[in-house]
Every structure is written in C-alpha cells, then in structure tokens.
Design a binder for this molecule. Structure first.
Ligand code: ADP
Ligand code: 5RP
Length: 545
C-alpha cells in the first residue's frame, strides 16, 4: 500500500480481485501498489426453503461476476489489456453441475437454476452428526467435529435425499473452484477449499479414501475423486491457459489473462491483512461479514477442540491454520434488530440516510456515547448471546440458539441503539472466547486484523477491541478481501515471486484500536462472565428439555 513503489510501469499494470460472498459478487481493480482504483458490486439472489435450506444459482453468480468486473474496469477507465491477472475468492457453497456443466437442482424445488447449496444452509445437520459419531481420524484436522456447513455432510445429504442428482453430477465444486473452472476450463481445485471444507489432507497431499467409505460416500473414492478434485494446487497457481476466449468475452478482458487458483472468502481477507505489522503469526485475521471467521497461523500444527484445522498451507503457504468463527455474525445483528418495535422506523431512517441499518445505529451510538468505548454503558443491563445459527467455535454446536436478556417495555430508537450495542458486545465476547480457547491450547496472538463488510466502521472496531481485550488493526486497504483475491492474480501473473512476498508488500497498518483503559475493561470482564453463564444456562435448559 505504500506509494514508494509506484513507477510508470507499475501504474500501467493492474490486477483484479473478485469476491463472491453470501449476498453479493464484487470486483476490485488494483494497481501494483495495492491501491484499489475502482470496485463494483452486484447482489445475488438467495432462495430460502423450510428446513434451513438456502440455495443459489451458479449461472446468476457468474453473470453477476462478469457485470461487476466490466463495471470496475470501465469506471477505472483503464485499458482491459493492462489487466495482468485475476484472483477469485468465494464463500464455501457447494455447486453441483451435470454433464457439459449443466446446472442440477439441489433441492425440492426441482429448479435447475438452484444448483448451489449455500454455505450457511443447515440441511445436513443429521448427516454431520452421523459422521461425527464415527469419530474418524480425519476429523482431527477439522477441530474434532465436522460442521454441517462443510461439503462432505452436504454431499451425503444429496446422496441420501437426491440420489438421481448425486449420480448425475459431473462435478461437485466449492464455489471458488467453480469460478476458476468457469473462467479457465481448468478443473484444478485450490488446496484452500478442499483442505478446509472437503477433508483433503494437504500436509500429506492426499484424500483419505477410508473416510469416504466409512461415511457412505465410498463411490467418490472408488472413482478416484474425479468428481471432487484430482489436481489440487496452491492458491495463486496459474490455471490452464488463463481466461478462455469465451470467458474473456463475458468479462470484457483479454483471452489468456492469467487466472489464479482461488481462496475461500475469509482466507482472502486473511491474505489481504495478516502480512501487516508483526506478521502472520502475531495477527489473527477476523473477517466480520454475514458470518465471521477467525484465522490464526502457526508454524507447527495445533489441535484446538472446536476450532477447525489445523489445516496445512490453507491460507499462508507453509503455515498451519486454525479457523474459528461465528455461523451468524452480521446476520445475527440483522436478526436481533429485526425483533425490535422501532426496527421499521429505523429502517426508514437508514434508507433516507442511504446507509445500512447497522451503520446508522453505529453512527448513532458513537454520537450518543461521545467516546466509542463509553457506548458499552448504553447497553447496561442488556445482554445478548447472538448464536442465532448455533455456535461454530469453540463449541461446534449447531443447535445452540441466541439469548437476549434484560428487555424492557422501551420501544424507541434509543433502545434499539442499546440493543445494537449489546449485540455487538456479544459478537466481541464470542471472539474473545475463541481467542481464549486457542490460548489454552497454546496458540496465542497479539493483534486482531479486521476485514469484512461489518468490520469497516471505526465504532465496531473500537467496541471489538474493548470486548475482546486485544488491539484491533485496520489496514490501509479499503477492501482487504478484494485485495487478498487480487494478490492471487498478481502472483499467478508472475508480478510477485509468491503469495508471502505479495501479502507483505501490499498491506500496511492504517489504525490500531487499542482496548480502552480505566473502568471499561472491568465492565467488559463482568459482561463476558455473564455471557458465558448465559451460554451455559441455555445449553443446560436445552439438555433438560
Ligand atoms: N456497522 C455494522 N455493524 C454490524 N453489522 C454490520 C455493519 N455493517 C454491515 N454489517 C453487516 O455485515 C453483513 C455484510 O457483510 P459483508 O462482508 O458485506 O457481506 P458478505 O458476508 O456477503 O461478504 C450484513 O449482515 C450487514 O448487516
Ligand atoms: O467457510 C467460510 C469461511 O471458512 C465461509 O465462506 C465464510 O464464513 C462465509 O462468509 P459470509 O457468510 O460472510 O459470506
């Protein structure tokens, strides 16, 4: 991000990062100093069905990607031929394609345009539970328990509930790998996706056929993993001959522009941030979006119960990764706010102000408190455990549910602001709990580096620093996730020797939000203790019926 490296030659070359989150596809066009010159976004449709089913269309997503890339290139006013490379990241949704790349319907709608089981979809909870009961050794590398959000439980659901679709499938892709295949025709999978979500053992460079046989997906092993990935390459590796002529036409770019093997979206946020300051092993990447992820890098493998991994080389090449997170984070805040009597009125205000509702409330809380750290007093007596979609880490408990304690009869916007602050504190305490659980297992960190749509507000950053007790670093990149994807494109095109060199060159600290001193830490300490007690009580109530 420093301007010192700018030269006319660097100014004439560009790279594009493409990020497909749960709600949108975005493209960012960068110069070779890591400065984003333009970005564009297209929303994508989510289809909800009873039974925690959430589906999407790969055709729509590809069209959204193409439109976003075209708009970013044209609004930057650059020559498309100056784009030297492209990188993709995406949320870990499962894409199911039949022969010739034809979309296949993954759910009861029978609509082939619904060919994606979205990451947040929880239809495979029973399958995940059965897999976990088998206790296969492979599970040691996913924190001891497979999550229903991961791909093998979802594949098992398909085999059991949609056998004709399972049998007809030509390829099962993680969304990032689908995108790179769509762009290049290359079927290689990224080490990142298959290690983190499909049980590939990157440290041994192999799938475990026995695991697939035991869980009931032996056919995938018998066919030598041809439908889930035979060629597995490091993120940033150049794929095929770059963009095919057809994809280049759709994206408005030059055929054969290098395309990199991709990353999971959270991991792109990690690559876009953890190279900064004290470097990858001191920095925990916190990607705060619809859901949240905590990404911690270590030189040796660390086994932390309830925290995914250790995954070898899944984010920073050559390091091991522990990945925790919250299944609903921004989405939990959205859900929390929707219950309040003043929600509709506040939404109108946010529309008028042209900002999302949580941003309006963060602005209001910051103004009301004077100093962001003091806003915790607005939430006095109000406690939220925001686990609307279960506890991903450190309990690996998809059945956990949210708790709101301390509600009164207030129905004004001021009390909605208080509820927002309490919800955000709850997100911060969940983060603190993951950091403490990792520290108990010997994995310590110094800082949190933040990215993701919900992590962009200074008020949010300060409150998370106070609630977690760790400094929160914001990097110079306006959009670290897009930068992480663009870094892959830069590596694939040979502009940097490798991902490590690119990530340390292109990211820099902008602001560090230190945990507040004085009475604030004690308030958070007490609230955090209350958070853990509420969590434990809810677990007990559930077990007792
Ligand atoms: N200031 C904020 N406070 C809390 N949540 C926020 C804030 N700003 C955005 N969000 C939430 O962040 C989520 C969007 O995150 P983003 O990273 O843009 O999306 P995605 O996860 O689809 O990539 C939404 O749930 C949104 O309501
Ligand atoms: O698997 C993931 C990270 O490992 C998911 O892709 C990520 O958590 C989803 O992000 P979002 O819900 O913010 O789109």
């Amino acid at each position: 991000m420093s301007d010192t490296s700018r030269t006319p030659e660097a100014d004439a070359k560009h790279v594009i990062g493409i990020d497909v989150g749960t709600g949108s596809a975005r493209a960012g066009l960068f110069d070779l100093t890591g400065r984003m010159l333009a970005s564009a976004k297209r929303n994508i449709t989510l289809f909800h069905e009873p039974g925690s089913m959430v589906e999407q269309s790969s055709t729509e997503i590809w069209a959204a990607v193409c439109a976003a890339v075209r708009e970013a290139v044209s609004s930057a006013g650059i020559d498309p031929a100056s784009v030297m490379g492209l990188g993709f990241d995406a949320t870990c949704s499962l894409v199911v394609l039949g022969e010739g790349g034809k979309p296949l319907p993954v759910g009861p709608s029978e609509d082939p345009n619904r060919d994606i089981i979205v990451w947040m979809d929880h239809r495979a909870v029973p399958q995940a539970e059965r897999i976990n009961a088998l206790g296969h050794d492979v599970l040691r590398y996913v924190g001891g328990r497979i999550s229903p959000e991961m791909e093998t439980p979802k594949l098992l659901w398909l085999k059991e509930n949609r056998p004709e679709v399972f049998d007809a499938a030509w390829q099962f892709f993680d969304l990032a790998d689908f995108l790179t295949w769509r762009a290049t025709g290359d079927l290689s999978r990224s080490t990142c996706t298959v290690t983190c979500k499909w049980t590939y053992l990157a440290h041994e460079k192999r799938w475990d056929g026995d695991y697939f046989h035991q869980i009931g997906l032996g056919s995938l092993a018998d066919e030598e993993f041809a439908r889930i990935g035979q060629a597995i390459v490091e993120p940033g590796s150049a794929l095929g001959r770059g963009l095919t002529a057809a994809a280049a036409g759709e994206l408005g770019l030059k055929p054969e522009t290098p395309v990199a093997a991709g990353l999971i979206d959270a991991h792109a946020g990690g690559i876009g941030t953890v190279g900064t300051g004290a470097g990858p092993q001191a920095n925990l990447a916190y990607v705060f979006g619809t859901s949240s992820c905590t990404m911690t890098s270590t030189a040796e493998p660390s086994f932390v119960p309830g925290v995914w991994g250790p995954y070898y080389s899944a984010m920073v090449p050559g390091l091991w990764l522990n990945e925790g997170g919250q299944s609903a984070a921004g989405a939990a805040i959205d859900q929390l706010l929707s219950f309040h009597p003043a929600a509709a009125e506040a939404r109108e205000l946010s529309k008028k102000a042209g900002v999302p509702l949580p941003v309006l409330l963060a602005d209001m809380a910051a103004r009301k408190a004077g100093r962001s750290s003091d806003a915790v007093t607005l939430a006095a007596g109000l406690h939220v455990v925001p686990e609307f979609l279960g506890n991903r880490a450190p309990f690996a408990d998809p059945h956990a549910r949210a708790i709101i304690a301390g509600l009164g009869m207030e129905d004004d916007i001021g009390s909605l602001v208080s509820l927002y602050v309490a919800g955000l504190c709850g997100i911060g305490y969940g983060l603190r709990q993951i950091i403490e659980t990792q520290a108990d297992a010997g994995v310590t960190i110094e800082n949190i580096v933040i990215s993701g749509g919900a992590g962009q507000h200074d008020f949010v950053r300060q409150l998370l620093a106070d609630a977690s007790g760790k400094p929160v670093i914001a990097t110079k990149a306006e959009e670290p996730v897009l930068l992480g994807a663009a870094i892959l494109g830069a590596v694939a095109s040979g502009l940097f020797a490798d991902v490590r060199e690119a990530m340390t060159t292109l990211s820099a600290v902008e602001t560090t939000f230190l945990p507040s001193e004085g009475p604030i830490p004690d308030i958070h300490h007490k609230r955090y203790e209350g958070f853990k007690e509420l969590q434990a009580l809810a677990r007990k109530l559930r077990i007792d019926g």
